[in-house]
Design a protein around this ligand. Structure first.
Ligand SMILES: NC(=O)c1ccc[n+]([C@@H]2O[C@H](COP(=O)([O-])OP(=O)(O)OC[C@H]3O[C@@H](n4cnc5c(N)ncnc54)[C@H](O)[C@@H]3O)[C@@H](O)[C@H]2O)c1
Length: 495
């Protein structure tokens, strides 16, 4: 990706806008200026004051060795900021006199220091004004009363759990309204003869599920679930969906009533009344409000800080805002939508489609076939969501990161596709491959297809969802994988 594109994506600006702003200035400077145009006043001050202070120090050093600052490389940079221009103008007024007066080295140092002090004073007074603006803004919105910082607990510490802990830990460390310590519940295991919690708390790395990535030191691994969640104001649920029921039973009546819950779990459950969203299970058992976060987010890439987007589904606007603040970074951009059920169902169903995509890869089909699997899978996802979600289901939500973007990334990368490809190539069972290939990680696609199939059978709707059904039959009922393509050839979309 061209260097110019990433900053414009991070700022949510169309690529054109940044490209058009190009001139002869060096590329980093262009970004800085584009950023200052696009962001609020406070950030403009921060960018200016940072730049200016660096330039003043640089100019000071260069100037000691260079008779005329206007011939030094810092001059052009100084002209690029408003305070810089002012400073330069001041310098020029005195500079000519200095040159004629042949200032000594000490004089130059003294002058440089006083200029730097003046600049620091100038920018810090601007910072104070900006801070006052923020406080008065908060007062107007009625949020200025000092509430204690919110305590965050992450329930889960697998591949995605650890990647998200990295983000949450870094954000909590720098944002005042979150408690600095982030507790992470870890299902205790022995790794290389040591407890996983001990490894995380001493080496700040989850050697089993996210090796090669340091976690911030304020993320504390706790093996006891109740101890980890004690006093939490925000609970982030991120475990494979098969474990959530038991964990909720343990947590029941041990969480704050006004605790904000967010589920990052992709999957569904089926009970006597049919389909159950994971967020509903948590909401019912713990009695807390729940939001969800789903998107095109392969954990290792997020941990690598490669740019991506995600979607928060929250029926409570205030909760959506708080969660966005806790979880967003420059390279993990969040859109909040109200259609939480649609967001969640997308996250579960795309894993079934990814298994189908993996079968095609294993059988040697090409990109056209994969595109067809993605499109037909999307049609089944939309149809299923419309039938089973209680709230509104609009096409717009499928265009968010949780919809089509997550579907594409999972059908090209991700463990479901990978294991399904090996299944088609080797003939080994899904369970065997999960054990061999995933080092303790769990597959979601096959199990979700089984849960869905049960619901579809009970409603006599199996024929309307041939792709979902074929994935289930191939994984669990011994249908030959070579027949997968038949479900595409006879899809109701073409009739
Ligand atoms: N990994 C990704 O790229 C990714 C991205 C987005 C969403 N998700 C979703 O996040 C959820 C969690 O996935 P993950 O990747 O963090 O986990 P994982 O599959 O990498 O790891 C498995 C986790 O389950 C824990 N575990 C094992 N046995 C357990 C038990 N009996 N009880 C409780 N926990 C047990 C392990 O300690 C480990 O933390 C899943 O729903 C997944 O679909 C994953």
């Amino acid at each position: 990706m061209p260097a110019v594109l990433v900053p414009c994506l991070q700022l949510g600006q169309p690529a054109k806008a940044t490209a058009r702003s190009t001139d002869k200035a060096p590329i980093m400077l262009k970004h800085r200026h584009q950023a200052t145009h696009n962001l609020g006043r406070n950030l403009v001050f921060l960018v200016y004051e940072n730049t200016l202070l660096k330039m003043v120090r640089y100019a000071q050093v260069v100037h000691m060795e260079t008779p005329d600052i206007e011939t030094s490389p810092s001059c052009g940079s100084l002209q690029n900021t408003a305070p810089g221009r002012h400073w330069l103008w001041e310098y020029r007024q005195g500079g000519r006199t200095d040159a004629t007066n042949n200032l000594t080295r000490e004089d130059r140092v003294t002058r440089g220091n006083s200029l730097r002090a003046a600049t620091e004073e100038h920018t810090s007074s601007r910072r104070t004004v900006a801070a006052e603006h923020r406080v008065s803004d908060c007062r107007q919105r009625g949020t200025a009363k000092m509430s204690p910082p919110r305590k965050v607990c992450i329930v889960g510490s697998g591949n995605w759990g650890s990647a998200i802990a990295k983000i949450v830990g870094e954000n909590a460390a720098k944002l005042d309204h979150f408690d600095k310590t982030v507790k992470m519940w870890v299902f205790e295991e022995t790794v290389n003869g040591r407890k996983l919690t001990e490894i995380i708390n001493t080496e700040h790395e989850n050697l089993k599920y996210l090796p090669g990535h340091k976690l911030p030191p304020n993320v504390v691994a706790v093996p006891d679930l109740l101890e980890a969640a004690a006093g939490a104001d925000i609970l982030v649920f991120v475990v494979p969906h098969q474990f959530i029921g038991k964990l909720c039973d343990q947590l029941k009546s041990h969480v704050k009533k006004d605790c904000i819950g967010v589920s990052l779990i992709k999957g569904v459950d089926e009970g006597p009344e049919g389909l159950k969203l994971i967020s509903n299970i948590i909401r019912e058992r713990l009695g807390i409000e729940m939001s969800v976060l789903m998107g095109a987010n392969i954990a290792n890439e997020v941990a690598d800080e490669k740019f991506c987007e995600t979607t928060i589904g929250s029926k409570n606007k205030e909760h959506g805002k708080i969660l966005k603040e806790l979880l967003q970074t420059l390279n993990f951009r969040i859109t909040v939508v109200e259609e939480a059920d649609t967001v969640e169902i997308c996250g579960a169903l795309k894993n079934i489609v990814a298994v189908g995509a993996g079968f095609c890869d294993g059988l040697g089909f090409g990109d056209n076939t994969k595109a067809a699997v993605i499109r037909l899978g999307l049609m089944e996802m939309i149809a299923f969501a419309k039938l089973f979600c209680k709230g509104p289901v609009t096409s717009a939500t499928f265009l968010e990161s949780c919809g089509v973007a997550d579907l594409i990334t999972t059908c090209y990368g991700g463990r479901n596709r990978k294991v399904a490809e090996a299944f088609a190539k080797t003939g080994k069972s899904i369970e065997e491959l999960e054990r061999e290939m995933l080092n303790g990680q769990k597959l979601q696609g096959p199990q979700t297809s089984a849960e869905l199939n049960h619901i579809l059978k009970s409603k006599n709707l199996v024929n309307k969802f041939p792709l979902f059904t074929a994935v289930y039959q191939i994984c669990y009922e011994g249908r030959p994988v070579t027949e997968f393509i038949k479900c595409l050839q006879n899809h109701p979309e073409h009739l």
